[in-house]
Design a protein around this ligand. Structure first.
Ligand SMILES: Cc1cc2nc3c(=O)[nH]c(=O)nc-3n(C[C@H](O)[C@H](O)[C@H](O)COP(=O)(O)O)c2cc1C
Length: 356
């Protein structure tokens, strides 16, 4: 065993006591007003031996909600509830970053205020369905294309949400630029057929993400904003881009690396491709790699200098003491998929035991 995973590091302005990051994971335990409860504070605090925790995706504006039970950071009540989470995690010793996730067209009128249509760069209907109630999916509808002023209002919404997160005590804020959600819908040619400044050419399609990052950094300060990207993801909600390598090259070159905390590159499947090398050569800040890792692969990524930190998702659902288990070379508990989302109470949420 090497100690590669257990040395301190920094992601921009955020200090980590080890290299193991808890990946953002939607768990759908918020109330109908998008407010998280005490159990959510317990859940994250249980996992605070991580070098850094990333929250589940949180909607930055009311039109950004995409699933039943997902939380927001739009209202005072939502913000106050997050402050309790932050305080619990800080007391337990980890920094915590809030992930902003605007789902765009991956939503449904049942989830949105006034039963409005989901919004998107262009009125192109996705395949599949939205989780509108526990274990119930309704087919996606054709979203409404955003007016130019509305695009700017959503960017402004990310700025205000970032301010709220920093006020609540978060150490940083991450933009969810993957998952087939709004930022990736703007970036990708298959979901963005706009003819204004936010569509068409690669620079125009990248504009939404770049302006949103600038707005977030303006509120959070240097070294406190991260982004998650996952080009050519084969996840549900897939988006298609005609020239993904060129698109991500352009985006990465233009991202304000020097003022950012990190770039998280995660795939659900483990893929060896040249995206990692492309990102490393174009992004000057810290890189976090995740997706289908195990301890050995993770150690290699750190030891080789491919990543400053590694992120674990599913393993963190069922192993609150993942860091201790890795340190002891102990076996990992398997996560129960049936309780990933929207199950009331502690079951599958705060009741996974630690080793000791
Ligand atoms: C239940 C569940 C919910 C997830 N929700 C989010 C999310 O809200 N935001 C996000 O960026 N990724 C989300 N992901 C993806 C994870 O962050 C991670 O990239 C993925 O699980 C691959 O890592 P793993 O193999 O270590 O689980 C989710 C994954 C799972 C299993």
């Amino acid at each position: 065993m090497t100690d590669a995973l257990f040395t301190p590091t920094r992601l921009g302005s955020i200090a980590l006591s080890n290299r193991i990051v808890m990946a953002p994971m939607t768990r759908s335990r918020a109330d109908d007003d998008g407010v998280v409860g005490d159990l959510t504070a317990t859940y994250y605090a249980q996992r605070a031996s991580a070098g850094m925790i990333t929250t589940e995706g949180v909607f930055p504006t009311l039109d950004g909600k995409g699933g039943v039970g997902t939380p927001g950071i739009v209202t005072d009540a939502q913000q106050a509830a997050w402050k309790l989470v932050v305080d619990a995690v800080h007391a337990a010793g980890a920094p915590i970053v809030l992930q902003l996730m605007h789902t765009g067209r991956i939503s449904h009128p049942d989830l949105l205020p006034g039963g409005h249509l989901p919004v998107a760069p262009s009125a192109i209907r996705p395949k599949g369905g939205a989780w509108t109630e526990s274990a119930t999916q309704k087919p996606f509808v054709t979203p409404r294309a955003l007016e130019l002023a509305e695009v700017q209002a959503i960017i402004e919404g990310h700025r205000i949400a970032t301010r709220r997160a920093i006020e609540a005590g978060f150490d940083g804020v991450e933009l969810h630029g993957a998952g087939g959600y709004l930022p990736e819908q703007f970036l990708s040619s298959g979901t963005n057929t706009r003819s204004d400044a936010y569509g068409g050419s690669i620079p125009n399609r990248a504009r939404f993400i770049l302006e949103t990052l600038d707005a977030m950094i303006a509120e959070a300060g240097p070294g406190r904003v991260g982004i998650k990207l996952s080009p050519e993801s084969i996840m549900p909600n897939e988006v298609h881009d005609d020239t993904p390598m060129q698109t991500y090259q352009y985006l990465t070159e233009r991202m304000p690396s020097a003022d950012m905390a990190y770039l998280n590159i995660s795939f659900f499947d483990r893929r060896e491709n040249d995206y990692h090398a492309m990102f490393r050569s174009r992004f000057s800040g810290a890189i976090v790699i995740g997706g289908a890792l195990n301890k050995t692969i993770a150690e290699g990524l750190i030891a080789n200098g491919d990543a400053q930190a590694v992120s674990f998702g599913r393993a963190y659902i069922s192993n609150p003491d993942l860091v201790e288990r890795f340190a002891a070379d102990a076996p990992l508990a398997k996560a129960d998929i049936a309780t990933f989302y929207h199950v009331p109470g502690p079951a599958g949420y705060t009741d996974y035991p630690t080793l000791s």
